[in-house]
Design a protein around this ligand. Structure first.
Ligand SMILES: [Zn+2]
Length: 121
């Protein structure tokens, strides 16, 4: 499952999966900007954990949902907010852009995903 990101230096879009090779030093593949200067040796593994955890959460939610249907409705905010609150507001940096409506370069050729990500509120 792809997680998009944006370089804080050159502003280019990239994928978190591009940063999980520890030999690459956790740098922007375009401009070389160090994303975690003091943690370059451990940050790639943490980034990999983020991707695994997101995939596990989405898969488990979809699996539980397929078992329960409408008989059980999880509190959407209590599932999503703890994750959303760890991230800065991208909308504040890009006023006027609808994140859901944008066609990211990494999404155009992406393979179909087994489960949809939960849209931002
Ligand atoms: Zn960059």
């Amino acid at each position: 499952m792809n997680i998009g990101a944006r370089c804080g230096s050159c502003n280019r879009e990239l994928l978190l999966v591009q940063l999980v090779q520890s030999s690459d030093g956790f740098r922007c593949p375009v401009c070389g900007f160090a994303f975690a200067p003091a943690y370059a040796t451990v940050a790639p593994a943490v980034a990999a954990r983020v991707m695994v955890a997101q995939a596990a959460l989405v898969t488990a939610l979809a699996e539980l949902g397929s078992m329960t249907g409408d008989r059980l409705r999880l509190d959407r905010a209590m599932v999503v907010d703890p994750v959303a609150n760890t991230l800065p507001q991208a909308e504040a940096e890009e006023p006027g852009l609808d994140r859901r409506g944008r066609a990211h370069w990494w999404a155009r050729n992406a393979a179909p995903q087994p489960a949809r990500t939960i849209p931002h509120q």
